[in-house]
Design a protein around this ligand. Structure first.
Ligand code: UD1
Ligand code: UDP
Length: 389
């Protein structure tokens, strides 16, 4: 595990505590830069792992790859229906918050662990901050969209990754003074890992040549319904006729996608989920990515790899306007793959998303540090040198 930079000031036991609530794979990636930046300014903090994701390849490997400190508690909530999982999260998190009495609870993204932490804190009147606020797919059929709307309505401090989030939050009546456009901590993690992203060893391990595509599929709308899964698998098989495809398969889709025909073959390789560094190494060397992931849309934009997102919408439109991402239907996937493979990864705007510069973590830490000190940093002031605060 990589060590963090030495702190300027070690926190004292009586210092206010910042608790990060993490539960699922994308949470770990978003939190690592924030935890690191808060460590560097000497803020006392702890991680609560809810246990929403628990397989070593969905959890432990991220703590190791991202250098996250050990959690102070693991609630072990595991899997279940939305109601069962959220109920276990609520009761577990309430106990932890009452025990540790944090000054601030930081939540990330749009998973059930995020929603539960926000509800618990709102009822206990513990202040909260939401990292990745204001993203909207405007599709309430997605469980994540419900989580986003509720989380943003109840958060005290909101950290946005892209400017479209600011208008969504304003339209929902969120006071702009609580919103800070800070850039994207998932991209901070990518920058930190860049030196370690080497496709060659992962390719060799998986028996892949130099030209291949990577696919990740786990959205309920794509993998839960047998008919939808079949349509998607047929489209992925058509892509595999063009170039070899490797699928690091999320546990959610495993059974249904296999039933629909997503099985190992000469040009299709189905593997366990990969660790963070292995996965992004593979993506970095790929000719094409096919996905329904949120985070992968952002990472391919930064790595300049063509990305086809098999969804009717995205809460991350900046990856289309400022990146390599295109939305496709399953039926349209093979032709879109041909176009992407022929044309490379030109971005419509020719520019990467503003503030996706690897410094979101320090900007977030600046706001939190000032807030803990009793100052409410104006959205413009978070970029000022720390000494000026
Ligand atoms: C969750 C998030 C989703 C996010 C995804 C990231 C919610 C509502 N959804 O979806 O937004 O994109 O995480 O990966 O919070 N399972 C395992 N091992 C694990 C974890 C899960 O086998 O370590 C299996 C279980 O069968 C479980 C299923 O995956 O029932 C779904 O897990 P769950 O955490 O409920 O939702 P995800 O689909 O992972
Ligand atoms: N990821 C990974 N291994 C994999 C698939 C994804 O490390 O096999 C990483 C990916 O690089 C990104 C994060 O997991 O950082 C995204 O998680 P996921 O797609 O599960 O969730 P979403 O972003 O859709 O919520």
């Amino acid at each position: 595990m990589r060590d963090y930079a030495p702190t300027e000031t070690a926190p004292a036991p009586e210092d206010p505590l910042v608790l990060h609530v993490l539960g699922a794979r994308p949470n770990f990636v978003k939190a690592a830069p924030v935890v690191r930046a808060l460590t560097e300014v000497g803020v006392r903090q702890g991680i609560v792992h809810t246990g929403q994701h628990y397989d070593a390849l969905m959890s432990d490997v991220f703590f190791a790859d991202l250098g996250l400190p050990e959690p102070i508690a693991n609630l072990g909530v595991g899997s279940g229906s939305h109601a069962r999982q959220t109920a276990a999260l609520l009761t577990g998190l309430e106990e932890v918050v009452l025990e540790h009495r944090p000054a601030l609870v930081v939540v990330y993204g749009d998973v059930n662990s995020t929603l539960a932490a926000i509800l618990v804190c709102a009822k206990l009147q513990v202040p909260t901050a939401h990292v990745e606020a204001g993203l909207r797919s405007f599709d309430r059929g997605m469980p994540e969209e419900v989580n986003r709307v509720v989380t943003d309505a109840l958060s005290d401090i909101l950290f946005a990754t892209s400017s479209d989030a600011l208008s969504h939050l304003a339209n929902e009546g969120v006071d702009p003074a609580r919103v800070h456009l800070v850039g994207n901590p998932m991209i901070d993690s990518l920058f930190s890992a860049l030196d370690r992203l080497d496709p060659a060893p992962v390719r060799a391990r998986l028996g892949l040549g130099e030209r291949y595509a990577v696919a990740t599929l786990h959205r309920p709308a794509n993998v839960d319904d047998p008919a939808a899964a079949k349509e998607l698998v047929d489209a992925v098989l058509a892509v595999s006729e063009r170039l070899p495809v490797v699928v690091p398969l999320h546990p959610r889709g495993r059974t249904r996608l296999a039933e629909a025909g997503l099985v190992d073959g000469e040009r299709l390789s189905i593997v366990d989920p990969l660790g963070y560094v292995d996965f992004l190494s593979l993506v970095r060397g790929a000719a094409l990515v096919v996905t329904d992931s949120g985070g992968v849309q952002e990472e391919t934009t930064m790595l300049g790899v063509p990305c086809l997102t098999v969804r009717p919408n995205t809460e991350r439109p900046v990856t289309v306007t400022h990146g390599t991402n295109r939305l496709v239907t399953p039926a349209g996937l093979p032709a879109a793959a041909d176009r992407a493979l022929a044309g490379g990864a030109a971005t419509p705007s020719g520019e990467l998303p503003p503030l996706w510069d690897g410094k979101a973590g320090p900007r977030i830490a600046r706001v939190i540090e000032a807030w803990l000190g009793g100052r409410n940093l104006s959205p413009a002031a978070q970029n000022e040198p720390r000494d000026a605060l």
